[in-house]
Design a protein around this ligand. Structure first.
Ligand SMILES: Cc1cc2nc3c(=O)[nH]c(=O)nc-3n(C[C@H](O)[C@H](O)[C@H](O)COP(=O)(O)OP(=O)(O)OC[C@H]3O[C@@H](n4cnc5c(N)ncnc54)[C@H](O)[C@@H]3O)c2cc1C
Length: 380
């Protein structure tokens, strides 16, 4: 175990990225102070996790049993409209076991909590502290006790105003869309085969999470989402079934629907003084590619690598933070550009663009090296 600590590191946030960041830091021998929100709770999402992230979970000591990596996605079919033009990504084509693994937020959260060495972590509530960010130190005052730190890793995407206090400029894009998520049960054979449909008013992803259960992420423009919100269960299911094709297989047991507003938020810089943004706090992207959390995990891996390979004792110093910022720029920009462009292309009502999309899908489908390029991007 390495030990470069001089003061505890502050990790602010209640989500998965804050938990994983704390785990990585305690593994490296740092003491951690977690600043959490009092009244937040997990959103019970289901994540498609890249194989490289699953390997990293194992390496940092998360229980394989709890995060249940038994539901691999081996193939993904992409449809333009109602199953006319399609494109297949197959893990076999790239000599991989899977393109992604489906993991429940609840299981991942539990695995992180269990793995953390509580003795190395102190918890404070955000509404009970006074937070100060200075050039040379971070100061937290809690019940008249002053705590000093070199750095605060800010992993909370919820409170934008706080981030503004730290003068980090953020570019926001509202897609005017909402993601509707729910699960259902399908009869028939076990499936490891995901499907994603691009319609002009929505993008619908079907992701198997067990032998016969499927998780749905349906990203709808506001008009469709508002219409679907008004529907009773029966009308909703009729509309949903009209978009997909399961042949004669029975689908049933539709679960509760959750709605998430879809936005893109990208920070121009990643730090101000000694506050460093990590995860969705630094980059929130469209869920269509299932890459938001994977990007956050790659943030933590980069940080881990820099702690390991550089000689900084004070990791809140500008030289270190700049190195980190540079290491994350291209990955984050590539994924945000990819999701914004795909969203724009596939929702276009323009006939010429629609024709280009059809031809584009055929072109990619017939070209192994382009497919391998996309698979490599999504799985590492
Ligand atoms: C519909 C949808 C589907 C998605 N699917 C995928 C996917 O398949 N793969 C992928 O990589 N990314 C996916 N994402 C993106 C992913 O959800 C985010 O990138 C990820 O959750 C960011 O984590 P964070 O800790 O940085 O976010 P934060 O913003 O810090 O966490 C979210 C907020 O949720 C609350 N919270 C979360 N967990 C807890 C907890 N355990 N206890 C208390 N409060 C909690 C807190 O309020 C916290 O502020 C999806 C996003 C959406 C909207």
């Amino acid at each position: 175990m390495e030990n470069k600590k001089i003061e505890p590191i502050i990790v602010l946030g209640s989500g998965i990225v804050a938990g994983l960041t704390s785990k990585m830091l305690t593994n490296k021998g740092f003491d951690v102070i977690r600043v959490i929100n009092k009244n937040t709770k997990a959103l019970n999402k289901i994540f498609a996790i890249a194989p490289s992230s699953m390997t990293w979970f194992k390496n940092i000591g998360l229980s394989e049993f709890l995060i249940n990596p038994n539901y691999p996605i081996k193939k993904i079919d992409i449809y333009y409209g109602r199953e006319q033009e399609s494109l297949r990504f197959d893990s076999k084509d790239s000599y991989k076991d899977a393109l992604a693994f489906m993991v429940k937020e609840k299981d991942l959260s539990e695995a992180i909590d269990l793995s953390l060495n509580e003795s190395a972590i102190k918890f404070l509530y955000k509404n009970e502290i006074i937070f100060e960010n200075h050039e040379d130190y971070i100061k937290i005052t809690n019940n008249k006790e002053d705590i000093y730190s070199n750095i605060c890793l800010w992993c909370d995407s919820e409170n934008f105003d706080d981030v503004y206090q730290h003068k980090i400029k953020k570019n926001r894009k509202d897609f005017c869309q909402q993601a509707i998520t729910f699960n259902f049960i399908k009869d028939g054979d076990e499936i490891n085969h995901a499907k994603q449909y691009f319609f002009s008013d929505s993008i619908l992803a079907l992701l198997p999470i067990s032998e016969n259960e499927i998780s749905v992420v349906w990203s709808c423009d506001d008009k469709l989402a508002d219409k679907l919100r008004e529907f009773d269960d029966e009308s909703f299911i009729i509309e949903f079934k009209s978009r997909i094709n399961f042949g004669k297989q029975l689908i049933s047991n539709f679960g509760r629907r959750s709605y998430f507003p879809i936005k893109q938020v990208l920070s121009e810089g990643l730090f101000d003084k000694r506050v460093l943004l990590i995860g969705d706090a630094a980059h929130t992207i469209h869920p269509m590619a299932g890459q938001g959390l994977n990007l956050g995990i790659r943030d933590i891996k980069s940080l881990e690598e820099l702690i390991k390979t550089t000689k900084y004792i004070d990791i809140g110093i500008k030289g270190f933070l700049r190195k980190y910022e540079r290491s994350r720029r291209s990955d984050t920009q590539q994924f945000s550009k990819l999701t914004t462009s795909l969203q724009w292309l596939f929702s276009s009502p323009n006939n010429v663009i629609q024709e280009i999309n059809r031809e584009g899908l055929k072109l990619v489908d017939n070209n192994r090296s382009i497919k391998n390029f996309f698979i490599k991007k999504a799985t590492t």
